[in-house]
Design a protein around this ligand. Sequence first.
Ligand code: MTE
Length: 322
Amino acid sequence: MREYRYGRIKPSEITDQQVWLKRRQLIKAGMAAGAGLLLGGANGPAMAAIAGPGNNRKISLSGESVYGRTLVPTEYEHITTYNNFYELGYGKEAPAENAAALKTRPWSIKVSGECNKPGIMDIEDILKLDQEERIYRFRCVEAWAMVVPWVGFSLGRFLKRFGPTSRAKFVEFETLYDPEHLPGQKRTVLDWPYREGLRIDEAMHPLAFMATGLYGEVLPGQNGAPLRLVVPWKYGFKSIKSIVSICFVEKQPLNSWNATAANEYGFYANVNPKVPHPRWSQERHRVLGKGVFGGKEDTLLFNGYAEEVASLYSGMDLRKYF
Ligand code: MTE
């Protein structure tokens, strides 16, 4: 099993003792239940997910990622109450407070553009795809990080279903536009709908995935229900929430933050301690749940996944393509 490179941090430094102990028990139980699965891959028996608080519907898992199994998840409460989701408001607590405004049924995703099999997929069918538990250190944008036991599936595998053509050089994602219900869209802070993009090779990389849940349960609205992107080696703003459209395109698409403040947010958004944000250093970050001044740690290039993803950017000046 693979060790995550933040393994040198003591689990007890990331979360409180009680949660840590509970997690140890769950890992033991999970290992017993899933021993065959680790060898057998996604065809093995269903995994026991890291248990959530039971707020939302459970998702049945078919496998687990090899990444991050030694990481201790940030508490559910922190992951779900300290969010950026401008459609649901502008403070960190606002998305949780306004989550009910986001209606996630009916919901479908339109896939279009440079592909042979464009189509519309209903979220209920998407939820029936093979879902794995994937634990990553997730790096947010203003120098904080958290460890999230996501539930989701490979983005690349999903995209291949639609037969991208050789002209599909990038993938563009869009969030729901519904100003009547989403309070944040009544203001023009961003040019709605929220948009993001990946280069096709980034999108096809096995680390990139679509999340439909966390802590074994369907995603809460504030975390981007019913479907959001997670790109573990990039800053959080790449992780577009509540996606309704995916389009294969030939030219590099605009992403919302780049369109709003190009000097602060680029297209690539790779976690890079050597490239400061114009208003703050990116050399260190704080771990959510450890207080404002606690839990600081060094930020690693590509969020610690250099071995896996650095080759995607070989020969590129990462100061220019930030
Ligand atoms: N997606 C949409 N649609 N709207 C947003 O405002 N904020 C982004 C990203 N995805 C955002 C979004 C930013 S800036 C961050 S840091 C992450 O979501 C935060 O994800 P989290 O709240 O699950 O931690």
